[in-house]
Design a protein around this ligand. Structure first.
Ligand code: 1HE
Length: 264
């Protein structure tokens, strides 16, 4: 494993093909300031240049308490909208970049923290995780893509409830609501996220690219358009040299079959 680089707001390390970004402002519960957003952007760009998948986790007792409210309180309306647009750009680098990302969640996954997690492709939470969108209580609105990404994961009705009433969802509720895909025991989120990221990193890069770029876009298309784009992506990936080699490896029994879970 590469040495952990502590860039102030984030730590960065490379574990094989997987880049690991740690949100590193635990004394402020990993609240995200403007400089913190830039540190995330820098780490994501570095990961894209040297890794095949990435993991994002939080140092300390929480994943992330969202927007840095102390910094936000002093902003003009124009600075506010520019700040929100910058969050959109940086989180889009995660969602529609070159590699898949897995978030490992524990403790507070709140406001902008939930928006960050929603921009990753797979969310793993341990049972200490709790999810909230207290923007209504703070007199603000989501600004890091939550109205698009988090609402699509859990549905607008649940998100409206969370924002209007301050409802805090448990990790178990988050799993039922489709906010997370994996629920693990306390302290195990990062280990499971690493396993999943390593698994994704072993796929053909072109397939991963198609999965993270085409699949979400197809959800926004009319049925016939979606099917047409699917055919293009299917042909584009299947005719690549890597696909040919991987298909041959399967037929010649040189590769593992499915990861079928073992029964207890
Ligand atoms: C913060 C922040 C923050 C903590 N900005 N400083 N997010 C929220 O409304 C969540 C606000 N935070 C909390 O509700 C709690 O801090 C937690 C439940 C996450 C954790 O509680 P706890 O008891 O462990 O910590 P604490 O004592 O509340 O906080 C420790 C310190 O972190 C304290 O500073 P200190 O100088 O008094 O030690 C807090 O002020 C500081 N801190 N959270 C600034 N968020 C792009 S739009 C997105 C919109 C949003 O994200 S809105 C949701 C904002």
């Amino acid at each position: 494993m590469n040495k952990v680089v502590d860039g102030g707001f984030v730590t960065y390390e490379l574990d094989g093909d997987v880049a690991v970004i740690g949100l590193n402002r635990p004394q402020k519960r990993n609240a995200i300031s403007d400089a913190f957003v830039e540190a995330i952007a820098e780490a994501v760009m570095r990961a894209e240049s040297e890794a095949k998948a990435g993991v994002i986790f939080g140092h300390g007792d929480h994943f992330c308490a969202g927007l840095d409210l102390a910094e936000h309180v002093k902003k003009t309306p124009f600075e506010g909208v520019r700040g929100s647009r910058r969050w959109h750009t940086v989180f889009a680098m995660i969602e529609h970049g070159a590699i898949p990302w897995v978030s490992a969640l524990h403790g507070a996954v709140v406001g902008g923290g939930l928006e960050l997690a929603s921009s990753t492709h797979i969310r793993v939470a341990d049972r200490t995780a709790f999810f909230a969108l207290p923007e209504g209580q703070r007199g603000i609105f989501v600004g890091g893509g939550g109205s698009v990404r988090a609402a699509r994961l859990m549905g607008a009705a649940r998100m409206t409830d969370m924002m209007l009433t301050g409802r805090v969802a448990s990790a178990e509720e988050a799993e039922r609501w489709n906010l997370i895909q994996y629920l693990v025991e306390p302290g195990e989120a990062r280990t499971r996220a690493m396993e999943l990221a390593k698994s994704a990193a072993s796929n053909a890069e072109l397939s991963n690219f198609a999965i993270i770029h085409a699949l979400p876009r197809i959800q926004d298309m009319a049925k016939e358009d979606g099917l047409f784009v699917e055919s293009l992506m299917a042909s584009f990936t299947a005719t690549s040299p890597e696909a040919e080699e991987r298909l041959r490896a399967f037929l010649e029994k040189r590769t593992k079959r499915l990861n079928i879970p073992e029964k207890d």
